[in-house]
Design a protein around this ligand. Structure first.
Ligand code: SF4
Length: 72
């Protein structure tokens, strides 16, 4: 994804088994490797991990940052 992965959009590198097609390859974005799995992020289930990921995407979405910086 040449301009980055927008929040809420499935990565084009994710295959039908939810595995990264470019894992371990140099073209994998550095940010992906900077987010190793941890109990804080993943919890103990896929549902918990997806809730956390959704919250993080919402909190870091460019539109949200633009709106917050414009607030008085
Ligand atoms: S690790 Fe990065 S490149 Fe691979 S599927 Fe996930 S978001 Fe996409």
């Amino acid at each position: 994804m040449p301009h980055g992965k927008p929040a809420g959009v499935r990565c084009v590198q994710l295959d039908e088994d939810l595995r990264c097609r470019i894992f371990g390859r140099p073209e994998r974005p550095p940010v992906c490797g900077s987010l190793p799995p941890s109990e804080d992020m993943c919890g103990d289930s896929r549902e918990q991990a997806m809730r956390w990921l959704g919250w993080m995407e919402e909190q870091t979405a460019p539109d949200r940052q633009r709106l917050e910086s414009a607030a008085p």
